[in-house]
Write a protein of this length. Sequence first.
Length: 535
Amino acid sequence: MKRYFKSILSAGLFSLALVNTSCIEETEPTSVATTKQIAESASATEALLMAQPAYFNHLWDEDRHYSFGYGAMMHVRDLFASDITKSSTSYNQWRYWLCNQYQGDAYIFGQFIWNYYYGFVLASNNIIGNVVEGSATEEQKGYLGTGYAFRAMLYLDMARMYEFLPNDGTSNINANGNDVTNLTVPIVKAEMTQDEARNNPRASRTDMAKFIESDLNKAEELIPNLTNTQGKTLPDLACVYGLKARLYMWLEDYAKAKEYARKAIDAANVGPMTQQECLNTTTGFNVTDPWMWGAKQTTEDDVVQTGIINWTSHVSDESTFGYCGPATGLYNVASKSFYNRIKDTDFRKLWFKAPDDSPLASKVSYVNKAYAADMDDYTMVKFRPGNGNADDYMEGSATAYPIMRVEEMYFIEAEAAAHQSDSEGQQLINSFMKQYRDPNYNTTLTGANLIEEIVFQKRVELVGEGQSFFDIKRLNYPVVRGYEGTNFIATARFNTTTRPAWMNLVMVRTEKNNNPAVDGWNNPDPSDVYPVWSK
């Protein structure tokens, strides 16, 4: 363990300057196998296929201990919201995102997100560009379907993260005098030439939506040919329906969102997780079995072998070998206001350490009660170390984390219904909550209050899974971190009146250097635009 904490300490002093790499060079639609090789070799095609789920755990830079792949994207989005936070600044690799510092185009924090996503897009473009549908086998058509599904997922993420929407911190007119409202990101396609990639403007919301929908239509057509999801690390038809439900929520097409959420529920081979599955100290939120789609970390993965640059190190608060947990004293904690709003009769409140004077204090289960004694109140214990092993980094880090769960679809269905009918929205959220989460639950709220209540219950369900960001930004909800009794660190106590400015992510400067079409069209830098709340 000392070896790993020496690594943590050495990484504490990392550069804020932008590394000198080209975004376009990373995302240029090159191939790792020729079309002839694909036609002649099933193993070459399968290698392209599996490069996609492997990228979930791609180690971007071993000197940046937050850069462990897609799970890091999820964690950044959670820290941009207000449901969970970090208990201190010590060992806190995430403080610049949490505290809205250095989010401009010249810093490594933005480059990590930008380069990671476009590197992942390249993995999907390699499948799309190399598998010729007309000459492909049925199984290869299924592989091609995964390429379209992954690419749609990635662009839907990026579109919702980078799209400029009005806020109370920055103007839609940027420093170059250009209106960037509803601009998303450049679309890099498999068939693009280098010249096209280097003259590629930000896509409008409308054009991006058409592109994503087209990819999902192709995925829906082809992915039923896939016979093996490799332990749910590859998407199936239910996941494609789920992605369509997410897309239509972004577009506020609530009728279609409701339709596709129900299709996803009906097509999924799992139901909502049980209380036993959710709270299990051995397999709780670290195996893919109960989910629609997940990412797996295995002992062969670089991120696991590092011991500290992986999902478990940063998110599983019961582990002793990583950045969070009893060895460092840094914990992921629920916001006090978020925690207090959850009803005591809702078993999901047991995902957090209860204060000693709470009636729930004796009901929270831990991998090791001795470790729990030092935890801060509200510490999250949702994501257990692998096989419940808090001490062995190889076993403890060999976990999984969710990309899509069927529970999300129930909440999308309920919210989409509520936008159209109070009574149906009430019926759907009451039915789900009573049956699966809290037998005493009942809401009679209407209108905007009903929608906010459904979204809150969704935020509880998906806490730590990187989804709350999208709902807060979509619905123009404020983020409130400064209040009497707050447990946010002092430098993160911001209160906004609308969606926060930092939810409009800034493109990295090297994209402008390599793609002149985006020069002058970046989002305004949101860094430090909000005053810190004080009593």
